[in-house]
Design a protein around this ligand. Structure first.
Ligand code: HMG
Ligand code: MG
Length: 295
């Protein structure tokens, strides 16, 4: 059954800005995060504690996290690929983190420089330390509907990794169509298979919109009862290690669709559109959101 309420996880400040060629000033990142909170987003992925050699765009992670004016009811999760990243994030004051793996061996190596099996061993100590500090850990899986290096990805590989990440303690599994190559029945089938091992209430959708399929894919999965959707204001985004992967589905477009279906998000669409225009102006482009362009 389609849920009546959906949690949007805004990933623009992280997934969006990690892929920008031009450097975005730290104050602008902080302003973006605060505007998103003003618009009613309650989960805003702020940045990543990754190697600045790998992702120089987010080298100001510590400053961003320690400078945001935090609001009650809003969480600002960050990506932490290993214990080093986790410890750094903890010191900056985070209250939620995410580890990120991939269902494709080739992508795992390109993105985090280790095999899928080794990635689980790297995540384990993060989960252990997080538990000690009462910090929830989300688990991302990339390439759930295709890989830029490997091509097709067997659904069973997605299911196996989702199960492992759940076993080591991830409270939620975010399924990433990293290169936006999936189509609705494929997406629905993949979620159905994962849901045999991970409760549907612990599944999130993270669909990039490279081929314009994201909203259709989301709709297909909503029918299975998924109630958490990742999206990015103004459709910012991509992955520096997935050539051709353009932005996430735009938050404005997801919110418009959900509100039109009578589903609550708690988000003020007009303020969200203004926020998308704010960051797009900084980047010198029009928002990659159809709803924003139509407004
Ligand atoms: P590595 O080179 O294998 O790690 O990188 P290492 O342990 O050998 O360390 C090498 C150097 O990195 C050392 O520094 C470490 O101190 C440093 P050096 O001695 O050379 O000066 N280092 C770190 N620095 C800062 N923070 C850390 C950290 N760890 C080690 N946490 C590593 C392994 C994972 C660090 C690297 O591969 C990396 O940073 N990868 C990041 C990749 C990334 O951020 N990708 C984009 C996010 S994932 C994504 O977008 C997909 C998603 O959106 C879902 C979807 O769409 O599918 C989530
Ligand atoms: Mg992504």
């Amino acid at each position: 059954m389609i849920p009546k309420k959906i949690q949007i996880v805004e990933v623009g400040p992280r997934d969006g800005l990690q892929n920008e060629k031009q450097s975005v000033p730290t104050e602008t990142k902080i302003a973006l995060i605060e505007k998103l909170a003003d618009a009613g987003l309650t989960k805003i992925e702020a940045t990543s504690f990754v190697s600045p050699k790998w992702v120089p765009q987010l080298k100001d992670a510590y400053e961003v996290v320690s400078s945001i004016k935090r609001r009650t009811g809003v969480t600002y999760p960050v990506l932490t690929p290993n214990l080093k990243g986790f410890e750094w994030a903890l010191e900056a004051g985070v209250e939620e983190v995410a580890v990120f793996g991939a269902a494709s061996e080739a992508f795992s190596r390109k993105n985090i420089n280790c095999s899928i099996a080794d990635s689980i061993e790297r995540f384990r100590p993060v989960l252990k330390e997080a538990q000690k500090n009462a910090i929830p850990v989300r688990g991302y899986i990339s390439c759930v509907l295709g890989c830029p290096y490997q091509g097709d990805v067997p659904v069973q590989d997605v299911v196996d990794l989702a199960e492992k990440m759940t076993d080591i303690g991830c409270y939620q599994i975010s399924l990433g169509d990293t290169i936006g190559s999936g189509t609705p029945l494929q997406a629905k089938n993949m979620v159905q298979q994962v849901a045999k091992k991970v409760p549907v209430s612990n599944i999130a959708l993270h669909f990039h919109d490279t081929r314009g399929q994201a909203l259709a894919n989301i709709y297909a999965c909503l029918e299975l009862g998924v109630s958490v959707i990742d999206s990015s204001v103004a459709g910012l985004g991509g992955c520096p290690y997935a050539k051709g992967a353009t932005g996430n589905v735009a938050t404005e477009d997801v919110v418009f669709m959900l509100h039109g279906m009578g589903i609550e998000t708690g988000i003020d669409l007009n303020k969200l559109i203004e926020t998308g225009r704010f960051i797009s102006d900084v980047l010198g482009r029009v928002p990659q959101s159809r709803v924003s362009c139509a407004a």
